[in-house]
Ligand binder design. Structure first.
Ligand code: PAF
Length: 280
């Protein structure tokens, strides 16, 4: 696997691939890689694409300094995992390389960025929009792969690609889960063994909510009950449990539209903030 830290040398390398008509698949990440990320690399490879992965912990998308400082950074292991997964190129730039000067551009995604994550992490999706635009301009991929676990992020990037005419195809790859159902996440590395078991409550809450909704209950009816149940353990704090249209992210109260909805949850387990969702 070739490793690049500078935009200029990466672009020169990729230009040769493009001239040779080689199609590029791109997997942007913030590192601390797990099987979920590797499934994105695998999806790109399965499409027969020359696969570029980026690792960049993007300061612009963190609205909390300690969250940024505590974000796991495991580059040596990541390089090993990517090499074994058959990734062709790693782009791992410094913050100075991506932001040589403070960026002035701000993104808004009306209707999409003020709900759920947007309500709890102001500015987060502007930072995501900024860095993903930069990375798309640097790599110029034909295909880009994102995890379904960040469904709201995927919806916003779809809007970004549409609005800015990025010439690429987006793919959402299903969430990888531990055997017990816990969604794989880089943030899981910050959980103790005991917290890892407690963190399962997010997925369990999603499944309980799904069963209640299928029985005709409304979100207004079930939310207080399920929140209280999850928070029975004092180290768990649920921020939201939202049923929404999976394209517009408009919240809905009942299972009216089949195969059009997403049920999303976010919460803290100890100090670690986790998200999860299921498509319904
Ligand atoms: O999902 C992530 O890891 C990040 O938000 C992304 C898309 C790499 C942008 O920094």
């Amino acid at each position: 696997m070739e490793i690049f830290r500078e935009i200029k040398s990466l672009k020169a390398f990729l230009r040769k691939k493009k001239l040779a008509q080689i199609q590029i698949g791109f997997v942007p990440t913030m590192g601390a890689l797990h099987e979920g990320h590797l499934s994105l690399i695998e999806a790109s490879r399965k499409h027969g694409l020359f696969t570029v992965c980026s690792i960049f912990v993007n300061p612009a998308q963190f609205n909390n300094a300690s969250d940024l400082a505590n974000y796991p950074r495991t580059e040596t292991t990541d390089i090993d995992l990517l090499t074994r997964a058959g990734c062709d190129v790693l782009f791992s730039p410094s913050a100075q390389e991506i932001y040589p000067q403070k960026a002035g551009l701000r993104f808004t995604f009306p209707g999409l960025d003020t709900v759920m994550e947007g309500a709890f992490r102001p500015g987060h999706f502007s930072g995501v929009g900024l860095v993903v635009s930069k990375l798309f301009n640097i790599v110029e991929p034909d295909h880009a792969f994102f995890g379904q676990k960040d469904w709201q992020q995927f919806t916003i990037i779809r809007q970004l690609v549409h609005d800015l005419n990025f010439n690429l195809t987006l793919h959402a790859v299903p969430t990888m889960r531990e055997e017990n159902g816990l969604a794989m996440s880089s943030r899981n590395q910050r959980l103790s063994a005991e917290e890892k078991i407690k963190a399962l409550v997010l997925y369990q809450t999603l499944k309980l909510a799904e069963a209640e909704l299928l029985n005709g209950k409304t979100m207004h009816e079930i939310f207080p009950k399920l929140k209280a149940l999850a928070e029975n353990d004092s180290s768990v704090k649920i921020e939201y449990l939202t049923l929404a249209n999976r394209h517009t992210l408009e919240s809905v109260n009942t299972l009216t539209q089949k195969n059009q909805l997403v049920l999303c949850i976010a919460g803290f387990v100890g100090e670690v903030r986790l998200i999860d969702n299921i498509l319904i």
